[in-house]
Design a protein around this ligand. Structure first.
Ligand SMILES: [Mg+2]
Length: 237
């Protein structure tokens, strides 16, 4: 767990980056991949620009938090939207809370990076959430679901080497260390979000992504960040 003290340190540590020049926005993307990585090519479509970096974002407890209830049960006290899915014959209601700053975070990233949401959730569930987070499909370039994960000892691992992107130009933001078991050097860990109205994690990350936009190697930038904020001790997060 990242304490309030560490949070304050993180904010202070990255104040210097806020003054850096921001690169001009790249073009908007609208191509949404519906196939998993387990298809013939096993990769995402080519980048629109060869030097663009890619940010892989987890969904559950990173961008949103979902509570599920039976149809006839009362809803939770706070939620932003709800839906049912045909996969469970609409017997359950999924109540979704958006993490604070998620809209700002997605807009900010989409102007500088290719965004790929890589979730362990199944498509019918996750796409219902993503359609609400990105209703015009201009923010998230591609969506990868559970069928693109690799199962290792019961753990759902997101193997970035299958995506067709150079590892020097990718970052994965995920609350579960299992997700980046294969590429820990590309990971930006984030605290799990459940229902904290005061959560500022996504806001705290934006200065790092200012830096990343012009960094040569994403892994070097991540290591510098982790060393400064966490002492690079992944077990302490
Ligand atoms: Mg998660």
């Amino acid at each position: 767990m990242v304490s309030k003290i560490v949070k304050r340190k993180r904010t202070k540590s990255f104040k210097k980056f806020i003054h850096l020049t921001i690169k001009p926005p790249i073009g908007k993307k609208s191509f949404i991949i519906k196939k998993s990585l387990d298809n013939d090519r096993r990769t995402l479509p080519p980048l629109p620009s060869p030097n663009m970096k890619t940010v892989f974002l987890d969904l559950d407890d990173t961008l949103t938090h979902t509570t599920v209830s039976m149809l006839n049960q009362p809803p939770p006290e706070k939620f932003d939207f709800s839906f049912t899915t045909p996969d469970d014959d609409h017997r359950f209601v999924y109540y979704v809370r958006k993490r604070p700053f998620v809209d700002e975070f997605l807009n900010f990233l989409s102007e500088r990076f290719e965004i790929v949401v890589f979730t362990a959730g199944i498509q019918s569930y996750a796409s219902a959430i993503l359609d609400r987070l990105d209703p015009t499909m201009n923010l998230i370039s591609h969506r990868l679901y559970r069928d693109s994960c690799t199962i290792i000892n019961g753990k759902c691992v997101k193997d970035l080497s299958k995506t067709g992107r150079y590892m020097s130009r990718v970052v994965i933001v995920d609350d579960s260390p299992d997700s980046y078991l294969f590429q820990p050097g590309n990971a930006m860990p984030i605290q799990k979000f459940t229902n904290d109205d005061e959560d500022e994690e996504l806001s705290f990350l934006m200065p790092f992504f200012h830096v990343l936009a012009s960094a040569q190697d994403a892994r070097v930038a991540l290591k510098e960040y982790r060393t400064e904020v966490y002492g690079d001790d992944m077990d302490n997060m």
